[in-house]
Ligand binder design. Sequence first.
Ligand SMILES: NC(=O)c1ccc[n+]([C@@H]2O[C@H](COP(=O)([O-])OP(=O)(O)OC[C@H]3O[C@@H](n4cnc5c(N)ncnc54)[C@H](O)[C@@H]3O)[C@@H](O)[C@H]2O)c1
Length: 433
Amino acid sequence: MTYAPKTEKPQPTAPTETQTIKIGIIGLGYVGLPLARLLATKHPVVGFDINRHRVDDLQNGIDTTREVDQTTLKATILQHNPLVPLPALVTDVSQNGGPTLKTGLFCSPDIMDIQSCNHYIITVPTPIDKNNRPDLRPLYAASETVGRVLKKGDTVIYESTVYPGATEEECVPVLERVSGLKFNADFFVGYSPERINPGDKKHTVDKILKITSGSTPEAAQRIDRLYAEVITAGTYMAPSIKVAEAAKVIENSQRDINIAFVNELAKIFNLLEIDTQEVLKAAGTKWNFLPFTPGLVGGHCIGVDPYYLAQKAQQHGYHPEIILAGRRMNDSMGEYVASQVVKCMIKKGIAIGGAEVLMLGITFKENCPDVRNTKIVDVIHALQDYGIKVTTFDPWATPEEVKREYNIETSNTIPQNTFDAIVLGVAHNEFLS
Ligand SMILES: NC(=O)c1ccc[n+]([C@@H]2O[C@H](COP(=O)([O-])OP(=O)(O)OC[C@H]3O[C@@H](n4cnc5c(N)ncnc54)[C@H](O)[C@@H]3O)[C@@H](O)[C@H]2O)c1
């Protein structure tokens, strides 16, 4: 979808220290919603999402990602756009002690609701396509949306994970084309990567040190101050947008490679009939041994971000060896786990063809409802290839979503029949206890 540049737009003055900060968050998912909620404690925030269903849920205080609890969300949500004051509501403080009219979060699927914001923060997905190439379409679309409402003096901050250079080389041209405004003269840009860990209630967005950056020294300072207001863990101002982009993408690539290494160790120790967990426990007694554990690497961060870095490297004529070797190793683990299950069953004299296996968990990680890019599906498919019938139970996953995404039946209640084998696929607290 391409929008024509707008001809008429309000032209407020350039940002000043005293200007009221009015924030628009584009994309209200795992990253956008907790950030919007946090910023809404200090500023009026309008969250924009193209998914009307998600917007309706949020306005009703329901977060299906379970990142923001209902009480907190309901206390933050405003039923009216705080940027469009209602003449009848003159008081600053709502009667029920909830958020004031000046702060709080209003969610909307309507672009008109974000037109008077002066800070836009983009938190849309950055997936890969079926050939593992970065798919920047959501980022282009969100940039077009912001371009339509961009005004002189506005700031646009990207939080989505990208490769170094994507903000200035890919997104800024879209903002300029759609808005008709000039970068670093009329509007400014920043990049501040998100580091949250879905399902982790300890390291919430406010408690994770935030990298910030801006397209000019002044913009960088302004953006850093904005985050410093709400991030109790503090901020780190990177010297450039590219440095901030690169820092984020290598954080997850480093985890991917480290997990690939312990996955390789698991394969070796299995052959040697040594317990990998015991080896890691013993090695972990050294102060500088890193505590990684073998497993499936799914989701849309650790298993995806290395491809962003790899693509950029390839564009510049360098073929990354370690990064892609790590990806290959981790992507092979589903099949490997299935083969190990089958081996165990054979050793116990269980006939494989027609055997019944219970899979505990299908989400991409523990204590989180997200099933996108889950590698449990690889295990299930590999087991099915052996002629095994797999039943899946996951108290966190939404059965309709699993059916839609993978055409796999799953249940939120534990099946009562008996099984030949049970695979503890995802370490949800319910299973561990
Ligand atoms: N989930 C994580 O743990 C995590 C952590 C750090 C960084 N990130 C990065 O943050 C970004 C967002 O990830 P996420 O997990 O929040 O994604 P998500 O899929 O949970 O949420 C994205 C939201 O954006 C909306 N959206 C998509 N296109 C849009 C558009 N053009 N305009 C408005 N809304 C749009 C979707 O409807 C969805 O609600 C990605 O780049 C991801 O790599 C994610």
